[in-house]
Every structure is written in C-alpha cells, then in structure tokens.
Design a protein around this ligand. Sequence first.
Ligand code: HEC
Length: 220
Amino acid sequence: MKAILMISKVAAFLVVALSIGVINIAAVNAAETQTDSDKKTETILNIDESSFTCIRKMTPVRHFYVDNLIGDINGTLAAAHAPEGAIYPKGSVVQLVPTEVMVKRESGISPATGDWEFFELKVDEKGSTIVKRGFVDVMNRFGGNCFSCHAPAREPWDFICESEHGCEPIPIDHKMTGALQRSDPRCGEEVLEDGDSMALWKLKVMVNIGLAKKWMEDLF
Ligand code: HEC
C-alpha cells in the first residue's frame, strides 16, 4: 500500500514538473514571438527624412500618390482602389502634395487616428526635413489640425478624404495639387504643364493670405 502511495506521489510530482516545463516552453515561445514582432515594428518605427522622396517616384492613384515603406505596395494599392473603402496596410504612405504625408504605423499605436501618423515636411532640392510629426495634434502651417479635418472620412475610407468622403473641402483644387506634384523640388527638373505656372502663382497668393491671416489671429 505504501509503495502504491509512493508511486502515485512520484507520478503527481512528475505531472506538476512536466506542466511547469510546458508552461515554461510556452513562455519562451511567447517571448520569441514578441521579439519577432518587435523586429517588424522596428522597420516601420524607423521613419526619418530619408523615408520620403520625390512625390512622382511614388505610385499614382487618381490625383494622389501612394507607397509602402515595408514593400507591401500591392496591399496599399488594393486599399486605395477598393470601391467600398478599406483599411490601408502597415507601412502605407499617402501624399497629395509634397509637404503633407500620412504614414500607416503599427497596429494599435494610435487607435484615434486609425494608426495614421501625420507629417508636415519642408522640401527642397536636397531632400525633406520633418517639421512636425505625430497623431491627433499635428497642425498644418495654416493652423488646421490634420486629424480633425480627416476624421469625417474615418469609415469606410480609413481617413482618406479625396473629394467626396465627407471631409470639409480645401480651397486647393487638383490643378493646383498637380502643379505642386510636377514642381516638387526633390525631383530635379520641373515638368510643368500648360496652366501650371498660373496655378502655382494663385496658390502662392492663397498661401500668403492664409499665413497672414494666421499671423493676425495669433497676434490678436
Ligand atoms: C482643412 C482641412 C484639412 C487639414 C487641416 C488637412 N487636410 Fe489633408 N486633406 C483634406 C482634404 C479635403 C483632402 C482631399 C483633397 C482633394 O483631393 O480634393 C486632403 C488630402 C490629403 C491627403 C491625400 C489623401 C486624401 O486624404 O485624400 C493627405 C496625405 C493629406 N491630406 C495629409 C494631411 C496632413 C499630413 C495634414 C496635416 C499636416 C493635413 N492633411 C491637413 C483636408 C485637410
């Protein structure tokens, strides 16, 4: 009888020891998975000035341009062309004008903005400089908040405004955004079309009026 009791105690010990072992193995696996996903995260987190380039080197979609920082351009294009709207994949870059960018960051990093990070750039022949970056609180140079202007297009367009996704329209038409794309200083030679110089001139006047208005508002 004693021997049976002893055997069952040993068996019980073995079961406990084994299950602890199993749990440990599971924990090690989980830790490894964590490290893998961290590695993937790093490739995207590493966004700096060199992530941005001549807008016309990106892929055109209708009147704007897209790219993907981790090579998933097909996923980005699929979202951009989805007739009912879709969530853009991680790494997506979207630009309408050379100086304003949306980048789709890691899942869960900013639920309010659908994980989009907003950037305002300064661009010249030498390349891009990041003036501002962030999530809910990035303002463009006229004092408009990127996130709140894009929020009406949240569903089902994943914050992409275009012309008819519910955002308040901006006073810049596609002739002007086209002219800005064709004169992006990072691309080298300008490739202006008929009417572009006039569009750029009008834009300059509007920008200066906009900046003057903001300056007055800040002052008084
Ligand atoms: C006053 C509102 C407003 C503000 C502020 C604003 N946007 Fe937009 N944005 C729009 C609208 C409207 C469009 C679509 C214009 C069109 O194609 O007719 C647009 C277009 C874009 C696009 C092209 C994709 C799309 O949504 O159609 C990007 C990228 C973009 N904006 C980024 C930004 C960033 C970055 C900021 C801040 C630095 C910003 N925007 C600030 C209203 C705004």
